[in-house]
Design a protein around this ligand. Structure first.
Ligand code: PMP
Length: 256
């Protein structure tokens, strides 16, 4: 409804999940972790969700069975609906939806080539303003500014710095850089979403014996890194070929 709380004040939390279609049959990537993050986001915003994590996962599986679309992207969304018109959200009903649809590569490039990106002139949401650990619709107003600026200037994506000037994240991706063979990514304190792909990459790197460090990363590290890449459900793992027209490493996808 046009007068719903979510339309007027951005009161939603959501998820983005992929279902793959390996030979063994449709497989949702880290379903529990995504639904847990959805409930965590809701908790930050004092939204009571009437479903448990496992009920949400079951609902998502049933939806995919009925719709029969795999591979696909899945969008669970919890929102505050039509109730009172004021800012106080407590008198607007909570609604829960899950949608799924086909979606290919997000950054539209083949991974071998990588993407050309810029550092955004927009700063990522600062700590204690909009909570970055919650995946709320409102956070994506900031993401839209980052994304639009990148597009109109001819880049595939923008990387935002946090309020202190350290690398935060892309409009919809976490960022990794490789320097002296060490894999670096921003810690959660640098206004990043706790990405589930980020977590997967950290786990895989540790299993492969690649040193990983979560630390504040200065902007210029992007220019002198051997490799850089984005991670995200939509972007999956996408190599970054250049930043601000400076090539990353040799400008081709590196070994890591
Ligand atoms: N940061 C932002 C701002 C995002 O929108 C996303 C996509 N959900 C990510 C990081 C990556 O998170 P995930 O790997 O869980 O998709």
């Amino acid at each position: 409804h046009v007068m719903s709380h979510v339309v007027n004040y951005g009161s939603s939390v959501f998820e983005g999940i992929r279902c793959y279609n390996p030979p063994s049959g449709p497989a949702i990537f880290r379903a529990q972790e995504h639904m847990q993050r959805l409930l965590d986001s809701a908790k930050v915003y004092r939204i009571d969700v009437d479903f448990s994590r496992d009920e949400l996962v079951t609902g998502m599986v049933e939806l995919l069975k009925h719709n029969g679309v795999a591979p696909c992207y899945i969008r669970p969304i919890v929102l505050r609906g039509y109730g009172e018109a004021g800012v106080n959200p407590f008198n607007s009903p909570t609604e829960v939806y899950i949608c799924n649809y086909p979606w290919g590569k997000y950054l539209g490039s083949d991974a071998e080539q990588g993407v050309d990106v810029c550092v955004s002139s927009w700063t990522r949401i600062a700590p204690n303003t909009l909570p970055a650990m919650a995946k709320s619709g409102a956070n994506y107003m900031n993401s839209q500014l980052i994304k639009m600026e990148a597009i109109v200037n001819g880049y595939a994506e923008g990387i935002a710095l946090d309020a202190e000037g350290y690398i935060s994240e892309g409009s919809g991706e976490n960022v990794f850089v490789v320097r002296n063979g060490v894999l670096l990514t921003a810690p959660l304190g640098n206004s990043v979403l706790p990405g589930i792909t980020r977590d997967s990459v950290l786990q895989i790197a540790r299993e492969l014996g690649i040193p990983v460090v979560e630390q504040g990363i200065p902007r210029e590290m992007l220019y002198i890194a051997e490799e850089a890449f984005f991670t995200g459900t939509a972007a999956e793992v996408t190599a970054i070929r250049s930043v601000d027209k400076i090539s990353v490493g040799k400008g081709v996808m590196g070994p890591i």
